[in-house]
Design a protein around this ligand. Structure first.
Ligand SMILES: [Zn+2]
Length: 347
């Protein structure tokens, strides 16, 4: 075989391989969905997003329980230099997890300091098998809300199968307490007497709890179940900074009694102020409300009280937009669980 023929054969083989192999995994092949175009008009930002998606594909993860990889990355510009930062999820034990987006932002802070996280992070990009409509879990919303310039933060999902890139605003995942509709005693789906009882119970709960670090944000919550019982809890902080949330607390008490279906939850904060409902606590409420949905009951009504006789009313579905629960991932498991855990017989 002479040299020219050999080169031609090699070139043909390379071309055949190129034609047979899937689209190259490079920044060139990523493309924004048409709805996303207007959110990323700056070509430099677009290039950074595509570069981050390429990097995110290689982010290390250890989802030993769910086997669901969350691979995140961003590109930040500091002193005219671009830096790629990665994050990935790790799951352990009961189930607990370090989440991908929290891991990513923590890495930015570790490498470049908190100012970089607040001012230089413009987007969080996920490399995913499939881009659904779900946003972050409640806790990651709290974290992103607290440490980034969240009003301008973009959330990117790059789909591995077709390299389409969907971009949304992080603020789409938020619902501020002062936007919850004002309610009156008579418009709520519980009676005025039940409302008074829940408000009193939550107010009393708030006199307890543990507030070694939590000063202005202390809240108490009380929930009424379909069995007519009231469960209540107050926030509790500790040295490890594993804050225990009031809604999560009362839902755990109700679940302990196999009283899985709640009608309404009232939360109170400082007298004269609307209580802050952390997104993590909304996640607990959303998960519980998905049990109601499974059982054909209305969603849990979430009621905020200002202590002066004024109320706001919403649902966890509205308070945690684009949420996910076990009912999304494992619908049959939730059905089977509820079927095998009937409430105790009432006397
Ligand atoms: Zn999360």
């Amino acid at each position: 075989m002479n040299r020219l023929v050999a080169i031609l054969l090699l070139a043909t083989a390379a071309l055949a391989m190129a034609l047979a192999s899937p689209a190259p995994q490079s920044a060139d092949s990523w493309h924004l969905t048409s709805e996303s175009e207007s959110l990323v008009s700056n070509p430099a930002l677009r290039a950074q997003i595509f570069r981050a998606l390429d990097a995110a594909e290689k982010a290390g993860t250890d989802p030993s329980i769910s086997h669901y990889k969350v691979r995140a990355a961003t590109v930040i510009t500091l002193n005219d230099e671009d830096h790629v930062v990665l994050g990935g999820n790790t799951e352990y034990e009961v189930p607990e997890a370090i989440h991908g987006e929290s891991s990513l932002l923590n890495h930015v802070t570790t490498l470049y300091g908190p100012d970089a996280t607040r001012h230089a992070v413009r987007f969080v990009a996920f490399f995913s098998q499939r881009c659904g409509l779900s946003g972050s879990c409640g806790d990651c919303r709290d974290y992103q809300h607290a440490v980034t310039d969240y009003q301008h933060l973009l959330i990117v999902c790059g789909q591995s199968s077709d390299h389409s890139v969907r971009v949304t605003r992080f603020t789409d995942q938020l619902a501020d307490e002062d936007k919850f509709p004002i309610a009156s005693r008579d418009s709520l789906p519980i009676s005025p007497a039940e409302l008074a009882q829940l408000t009193q119970s939550a107010t009393e709960a708030r006199t307890g709890g543990v507030t070694l670090f939590t000063t202005g944000r202390h809240t108490g919550a009380a929930g009424l179940s379909y069995s007519g019982k009231i469960y209540r809890a107050a926030g509790g902080d500790d040295a490890a900074f594993h804050y225990r949330f009031p809604i999560g607390g009362l839902l755990q008490q109700a679940a302990t009694e196999r009283d899985y279906f709640l009608r309404a939850i009232v939360v109170v904060g400082e007298r004269g102020q609307w209580p802050v409902i952390n997104y993590r606590d909304r996640q607990y409420g959303f998960e519980s409300s998905s049990f109601n949905h499974e059982a054909g009951k209305p969603p849990i009504t979430l009621i905020l009280a200002d202590g002066l006789g004024h109320y706001r009313e919403t649902t966890f579905e509205a308070a945690l937009p684009h949420a996910f629960s076990t009912a999304n991932f494992l619908p049959q498991a939730v059905k089977d669980f509820l079927k095998t855990h009937p409430p105790p017989a009432t006397k």
